[in-house]
Design a binder for this molecule. Structure first.
Ligand code: ADP
Ligand code: DP6
Ligand code: CO
Length: 330
């Protein structure tokens, strides 16, 4: 009753922010993302018949808050399998956790992918996407590789609020430079940030009303491999999401000075004709998405910004997959 899996974080180009059902984790808007290759979560799950407790370690440490969230995800898997066995879970991220690099996406995609197999559940990727969504919304998308859309859905039980692949990574192999400006965990996690935004931001209804148009524009840009169109819609969606969150009370300010400077640097490059655009999630890191030919120039420009600690470089990657358990601690 043991299995291990790897999943990678995904970066939304048309953002998810807001829940219409917090218990089922149903979003107020659909979203579109790209799955990364070089950043990963690796998770080893073992169920032990007779054990009542779960033992959980994340990045080599046991933390009560993380333990609770992982346990809630294990409960969904146990419910599906009709068992009550305790589990031993060891998970590791090779990038900063809870810092705006989508560790909840890769983390819960890997946990569901490994946990389902450990319990002998024969679930399709779509079924795993629905389960992962209930643990963290963005995790629904990390089951799949390349360009992915997570649907808003219409059913009350949430079974159609699921991700599906739009285009393979190899079909349009963009690259991503990730400027790390802080490795600290964010002060307000995404779940709490969305709740606060929905309750207090005056822009919530405008955000919801304009998303369908943005999704259509991004789908077309991806289908036509139209970089300029994708650049425009992605920066627009990113800035609109942050404007929405900035207008909450108290305002959610996920950026630091270096974040802003990186955004300016990316725009300056694009004005010079370099095919690159930025996106920023709930954290201070800047993801610069570019054509493969531009990656070295983009990395050099970001490294040059004061306050940038490191610049990671990744291609687009595959969805969740099985690995050997030994790879988790290796
Ligand atoms: P992020 O921007 O990294 O996605 P979130 O606030 O959305 O930040 O979520 C961070 C939370 O996700 C962590 O506090 C933890 O509860 C969970 N998480 C992160 N990595 C993992 C993992 N490998 N396995 C399980 N849960 C994880
Ligand atoms: C800004 O999926 O981390 O990255 O569903 O509460 O776990 P929960 O939130 P999460 O939110 C991600 C928000 C975002 C945008 C996105 O990934 O679409
Ligand atoms: Co997250």
């Amino acid at each position: 009753m043991r299995a291990a899996s790897q999943a990678q974080p995904n970066i939304a180009l048309v953002k998810y922010w807001g829940k219409r059902d917090a218990a089922l984790n149903l979003p107020v808007v659909g979203s579109i993302s790209i799955t990364l290759e070089s950043l990963w979560t690796r998770t080893d799950v073992r169920f032990v018949p007779g054990h009542k407790e779960d033992r959980v370690s994340l990045n080599g440490r046991s933390d009560e808050a993380e333990g609770k969230r992982i346990k809630a995800c294990l409960n969904l898997l146990r419910e599906r399998a009709g068992v009550d066995y305790g589990a031993e879970v060891a998970s590791r991220n090779n990038f900063p956790t809870a810092a705006g690099l989508a560790s909840s996406a890769s983390g819960f995609a890997a946990l569901v992918h490994a946990g389902a197999r450990a319990l002998g559940l024969d679930l399709s990727l779509a079924e795993q996407s629905v389960l992962a969504r209930r643990c963290s919304g963005s995790a629904a998308r990390s089951l799949f590789g390349g360009y992915v859309e997570w649907a808003h859905g219409t059913l009350a039980d949430g079974t159609d609020s699921v991700a599906r692949p739009l285009l393979d990574a190899e079909a349009w192999p963009l690259r991503v430079a990730v400027a790390i400006t802080s490795t600290a965990a964010k002060q307000v996690g995404s779940t709490e940030g969305m709740r606060r935004t929905a309750e207090t931001s005056p822009y919530q209804s405008a955000w919801i009303d304009t998303q369908e148009t943005d999704l259509g524009v991004a789908r077309d840009a991806i289908r036509e491999r139209d970089f300029d169109a994708l650049a425009r819609i992605a920066e627009y969606s990113c800035l609109k999401m942050h404007a929405l969150a900035l207008a909450a009370q108290p305002g959610l300010l996920y950026w630091n000075g270096a974040t802003v400077e990186c955004m300016h640097r990316v725009r300056a490059l694009r004005q010079q004709g370099v095919p690159v655009f930025f996106t920023v999630d709930a954290g201070p890191q800047v993801k610069a998405v570019c054509a493969p030919s531009a990656i070295e120039q983009v990395k050099a420009a970001l490294r040059d910004v004061a306050g940038v600690l490191d610049v990671l470089d990744t291609a687009l990657g595959e969805g969740a997959r099985a690995i050997v358990p030994e790879a988790v601690e290796a």
